[in-house]
Design a protein around this ligand. Structure first.
Ligand code: KMH
Ligand code: ZN
Length: 283
């Protein structure tokens, strides 16, 4: 079995300091949280950014500053900016961080209700447009699927050449409006992707650690972090993203699964060729 890739979704666009005071808004707070996650074993940082007052933004300048500050402290970590941003943002607003040529970025594969009255819009043409932009820049997409139908969409766009092999999925389970975080639904999703594809699972709220356990056993990968869940255990707030990652590392250790470093992660996800093309290979 391959080593376990841990992604830390340190910030998100919806979770606020009212939910957990350690949620990062400022550049310094983002660096602190990214480093805590990396030190604990995360090799990918899934990144949203905020203005200092906590307002989510996809501003290219703000992303650039945050990424530069993180890379100064942990140069080999893989940064995966969000192109989902926050509900209601325009496509071009959401795409801004891709202009910084990150190694990876998210590609959201369908539209869904997002709690209350919100709709997270990703029409087929939007997905194609985002995929083309990422292909032009050699950015590895992480295919965000909030429901089974979004895997089907990704597979259709793969057939049409918009999404390249090997595909890498993120099963986001437990969003109000998406697929549940129940184990039967995880099994359904993981059985629906191509054999040469990789996946990570992001369980929302109380689903975070049970689904992490399932993925560790199954040979998949895990995403944790404040974007998805702010609790270390029932009623106990996590002090940092690093604490959430540490818990996954403990679980993996118990089950005999080693943790991948960033370079191993690049190999497992088939990103080394991309690195060579972009002249960024460090070896
Ligand atoms: N904030 C959500 C509306 C992504 O990062 O690509 C979308 C999201 C997905 O978080
Ligand atoms: Zn996100």
């Amino acid at each position: 079995m391959e080593k376990l890739i841990i992604t830390a979704a340190i910030c998100g666009a919806e979770v606020m300091k009212e939910h957990n005071p350690a949620v990062p808004y400022t550049i310094e707070e983002c660096v602190r949280e990214a480093k805590s996650a990396y030190d604990a074993g995360a090799s990918i940082i899934h990144l949203h950014v905020r203005w200092d007052d906590g307002t989510p933004t996809q501003d290219k300048g703000r992303f650039g500053e945050v990424i530069e500050a993180i890379k100064k402290v942990i140069p080999d970590v893989i940064i995966q900016p969000s192109t989902g941003g926050a509900v209601g943002m325009s496509n071009d607003e959401r795409l801004q961080p891709t202009e910084l040529n990150p190694e990876m970025a998210t590609l959201d594969c369908g539209t869904l209700n997002f709690g209350g009255d919100d709709i997270f819009m990703n029409t087929e043409n939007t997905i194609k447009y985002f995929a083309e932009k990422m292909n032009e820049r050699g950015i590895k997409p992480e295919l965000e699927v909030f429901d089974k139908s979004m895997i089907d969409m990704a597979l259709r766009l793969h057939k049409k050449g918009y999404i390249k092999s090997p595909m890498h999925f993120d099963f986001v389970q437990g969003v109000n409006g998406g697929i549940s975080g129940e184990l039967r639904d995880f099994i359904f999703l993981r059985g629906s992707i191509p054999v040469d594809a990789t996946y990570t699972v992001a369980g929302i709220g109380r689903y975070e650690f049970p689904l992490a356990m399932a993925a560790i056993i199954d040979g998949g990968n895990v995403r944790v972090g404040f974007e998805d869940n702010v609790f270390l255990s029932k009623g106990v707030l996590a002090k940092s993203n690093g604490e959430l990652v540490e818990k996954v590392v403990r679980m993996a250790k118990e089950l005999g699964r080693e943790i991948a470093n960033p370079q191993e992660t690049r190999r497992i996800l088939g990103m080394e060729k991309v690195e060579v093309l972009k002249g960024r290979r460090v070896e």
